[in-house]
Design a protein around this ligand. Structure first.
Ligand code: UGA
Length: 443
């Protein structure tokens, strides 16, 4: 039997899950309450920027393997397995906002009440340990009037995709984590994944529900730790002439126990996940009675990186009032237009507070950035346009396009060729000869 799949929520995780299954000929029903987004998906048009997802989406819709509906009920009644991939944003105190998860569980429960056959529900959203067992399960049981583990199954399987390579990561994960409520649920999901990935099935870690939930937080927090650690080393490097953090990262990254990934020093981590997840893990930890100095420190180091970059600008220009600062890169990382927790936000806000005039350029994120910065800053039409007559330039996002800029581009277009490499994309030896060059982690 080939299971029919439904997916609740069509953000990065939901849509990649839906398109991934559809690309392997599963019948997939996605669901969202947003009529505009549903209409867009049904035309095969992506409603957000993500490289490599548009064409597979169009193929999935054209081949009738994927459609998007407006009710959870329609999605659940016409399928065998439902993945919940709704957003779980942060509340002002850093704890997780579970309202979308709660609503989904209620609506899925009501649909299960009308179903005669066994159904498996899989939580894919990032949720704090205990959520699947203590919130999702009781709501499903209450509204379906059925028993979990008997009439329907329940698993928690976190997603590890990165924006910018979201579909690729969905199709080629390092491992799969399955938290299972009961053995039957776990067996069913394991079989689904084994059939889906066939010979390329990665290692599967089977465990209980709260362990799977905590693995996701531990994973993101560990990666954030690597970034804050290398940024700590970067800040030490800056005090020692001739020492460059990129060489330190190379030297330690070759130790297989460390590995070279997530050791790029710079302005720190942003995005919809690391800031929110480290904050949430810290909040969970505190609630459980453990105040973690480490989780606090990871966040503190990250916040300070942007302040340190602004200090570098001040050291070069002395006075920022009235100076024109060019910002290259606005999105939280390259290959996305996502501005959530982008490091450009604190950098630009601090510069504006000091009275600087900002001109910014990003290959794709300007429309999203405009809703944040409005007319408080100016927007350029190209990187060269951005550099024109600027007193200083800061690289905030490491887009490939910026890597192609030569030292001459800065020297010839800027009023004063002061360049701060906030993402370590340039060779210091080459650039220092022609521009006044400073970089994070360069002694
Ligand atoms: C991250 C994780 O990498 C995914 O595994 C996870 O599934 C996802 O969060 C999630 O929880 O949904 P993502 O936020 O898309 O993915 O992007 P990353 O590539 O991890 O980058 C996050 C931030 O860290 C970016 O601001 C990036 O510039 C920064 N970063 C990354 C560094 O500063 N240095 C590095 O070496 C790597």
């Amino acid at each position: 039997m080939t299971e029919r799949i439904s997916v609740i929520g069509i953000g990065f995780v939901g849509l990649c899950t839906a398109v991934g299954f559809a690309s392997k000929d599963y019948t997939v029903v996605a669901s969202t309450h947003n009529a505009g987004n549903a209409a867009s998906i049904n035309k095969g048009v992506l409603h957000f920027y993500e490289p490599g997802l548009q064409e597979p989406l169009l193929n999935a819709v054209k081949s009738n393997h994927l459609k998007c509906v407006l009710t959870r009920e329609e999605a659940v009644l016409n399928t065998d397995i439902t993945f919940i991939a709704v957003g779980t944003p942060s509340q002002p105190d850093g704890s997780i906002d579970l309202q979308y998860m709660k609503n989904s569980a209620i609506e899925i429960g009501k649909a299960l009440n009308k179903k005669r056959t066994y159904h498996l529900v899989v939580v894919k959203s990032t949720v704090v340990p205990g959520t699947t067992e203590k919130l999702v399960k009781p709501l499903l049981e209450e509204h379906s009037n059925k028993q979990c583990g008997h009439d329907f199954g329940l698993c928690m399987s976190p997603e590890f995709l990165r924006e910018g390579s979201a579909l690729y990561d969905t199709l080629h994960p390092d491992r799969i984590v399955i938290g299972e409520h009961d053995k039957k649920s776990g067996d069913l999901l394991t079989t689904l994944f084994k059939n889906f990935y066939s010979e390329e099935t990665p290692p599967i870690v089977r465990t209980n529900l709260p362990t799977a939930e905590l693995i996701k937080y531990a994973n993101n927090s560990f990666l954030a730790t690597k970034i804050s650690f290398i940024n700590t080393i970067a800040n030490i490097c800056e005090k020692i002439p001739g020492v460059d953090v990129t060489n330190i990262a190379k030297g330690i990254g070759l130790d297989r126990r460390i590995n070279p990934r997530f050791l790029r020093a710079g302005l720190g981590y942003g995005g919809s996940c690391f800031p929110k997840d480290v904050k949430a893990l810290n909040a969970i930890s505190l609630q459980l009675g453990y105040a973690s100095p480490m989780l606090q420190a990871i966040q503190e180091v990250n916040e300070n990186q942007t302040k340190r970059a602004v200090e570098k600008v001040k050291m070069k220009l002395t006075e920022l009032k009235g100076k024109k600062i060019a910002i290259l890169g606005l999105s939280f990382k390259e290959n996305t237009d996502d501005m959530r927790e982008a490091r450009s936000i604190p950098v630009i806000n601090q510069l504006l507070e000091e009275g600087a005039n900002i001109i910014a350029y990003d290959p794709v994120a300007i429309p999203n950035a405009k809703s944040i910065f409005k007319d408080r800053i100016n927007y350029a039409s190209s990187s060269i346009d951005c550099l024109k007559d600027a007193d200083c330039c800061i690289i905030v996002t490491g887009w490939n396009e910026f890597k192609k800029l030569t030292p001459e581009n800065f020297a010839q277009n800027m009023k004063q060729p002061i360049l701060i490499d906030g993402r370590r994309i340039y060779n210091p030896e080459e650039y220092s000869k022609k521009v006044k060059f400073a970089a994070i982690g360069l002694g």
